[in-house]
Ligand binder design. Structure first.
Ligand SMILES: [Ca+2]
Length: 402
């Protein structure tokens, strides 16, 4: 009797430990940053890849659920006279009219996530893609082709309302040819981190170091389409308030003024990023930033328009063999407790080597700080940041003393 009691105790303790372990594992099972399960559509489906076969409903794409005319497409596959564009590897997925693919994700409730995916058009000139994690949803315009490769990577963000969510990519179009529709590839996710507001700078994420997932082997950057929601943005702090995209670029593939990431303003006046910064009314401020070239053979002239409150000015980047960027600044007096700062490219630039690839000036290191009530170090100091400004103050003091 005693033995069986001990055995049952040991068993229940063992069961508890197991349950605890399972709980810890379940807790840890939230999705990791990076590609989704079969996010590149290269996993071989049951029965192998079979070209030219439409998979109506119940298609078996490993890791994904599908609905409607969803087709796995392969490199060198043709659509009439055209060879289909496959953004990465040898396979991708094509969504016919009203067709969708989805994947269940375990996320952290209340956290912000960004989704990166690559997309290419096939036949229609007005293709778009609906991206959603219900109830959050957005339609990404694939009309503009930003590179000569015929495809682009895009980012979209959502706030997780619950732990189990479903990411849905859907073709909302109704084309005459039901096999037409966008090609999707390389789907990845990243949990976003909103950097703290630096003490001496009113701009959040002004160095653009926090942003969506970037593929190491992809050299086209990530397009940030229209997004007016400052709480659910793949570029924390910033919104894209225009109908065309700006490009998030990294130092692995582009020339970046500061750190590892920056923004390339690729859509002329139609690609506007902005942020509302906290200011004190009637106080004087300075907006400073770096403007440069991305090292992607962008045809000059390169210039951007900067806005701070009621002030606006254009800044040209002059090619310089010593530096890929220059520092620029704009003084303004705050009129309210929040002031809008915004940037767009003055020109519609394309690359020297590929006239169908859009490019533009690079923006980085955006800072706003008060200048009133202190020595006007701005013209001297802004090139050196707050530390340089302090140095200028010390220098003036030393000069006064001598
Ligand atoms: Ca940066």
């Amino acid at each position: 009797m005693a033995g069986s009691a001990i055995r049952s105790k040991v068993f229940s303790v063992f069961a508890l430990v197991l349950a605890g372990l399972a709980g810890i594992l379940a807790e840890d099972a939230t999705i990791q940053d990076g590609p989704l399960v079969n996010g590149d559509f290269e996993a071989v489906p049951t029965g192998g890849f079979s070209d030219d076969v439409l998979r109506e409903g119940g298609a078996t794409i490993p890791g994904w659920k599908s609905n409607g005319t969803v087709e796995l497409v392969s490199v060198r596959q043709r659509q009439g006279p055209m060879i289909l564009i496959i953004p990465g590897g040898a396979h991708a997925v094509r969504l016919g009219n009203d067709a969708e693919i989805s994947q269940e994700l375990k996320v952290e409730k209340g956290s912000l996530y960004s989704v990166t995916f690559s997309a290419a058009r096939t036949c229609a000139p007005l293709e778009s893609l609906s991206v959603s994690v219900p109830p959050a949803a957005s339609t990404v315009d694939l009309q503009t082709v930003y590179s000569d490769q015929g495809w682009g990577s895009y980012a979209w963000a959502f706030e997780a309302q619950q732990g189990d969510v479903s990411l849905v990519l859907k073709n909302p179009g109704m084309e005459e040819d039901p096999t037409c529709g966008p090609i999707i590839d390389d789907v990845a996710i990243k949990k976003m981190f909103t950097p703290p507001r630096p003490k001496e700078n009113a701009v959040l994420n002004g160095d653009f170091e926090e942003g969506p997932w970037l593929f190491k082997n992809k050299s086209l950057g990530v397009l940030l389409p229209t997004n007016l929601d400052e709480d659910a943005t793949p570029l924390p702090g910033w919104i894209v308030e225009s109908n065309r995209a700006v490009r998030f670029v990294d130092s692995d593939h582009f020339t970046v003024p500061e750190g590892k990431r920056a923004i390339e303003l690729v859509s002329g006046k139609e690609g506007i990023i902005s942020q509302m910064v906290e200011t004190t009314p009637r106080k004087q401020y300075m907006l400073t930033f770096s403007v440069g070239q991305a090292g992607d053979s962008c045809k000059e002239p390169l210039a951007l328009m900067a806005f701070a409150g009621d002030q606006a000015r254009s800044f040209h980047y002059m090619a310089d063999s010593n530096s890929s960027f220059e520092l620029a600044g704009l003084n303004f007096t705050a009129k309210a407790e929040r002031t809008r700062i915004a940037f767009y490219s003055v020109y519609y630039n394309t690359r020297i080597d590929h006239s169908s690839s859009l490019c533009g000036p690079v923006l980085d290191g955006v800072r706003v700080w008060p200048t009133s009530g202190s020595i006007r170090f701005a013209p001297l100091g802004f090139g050196f940041g707050p530390f340089g400004a302090a140095l200028v103050v010390v220098l003036i003091w030393v000069l006064k003393m001598s």
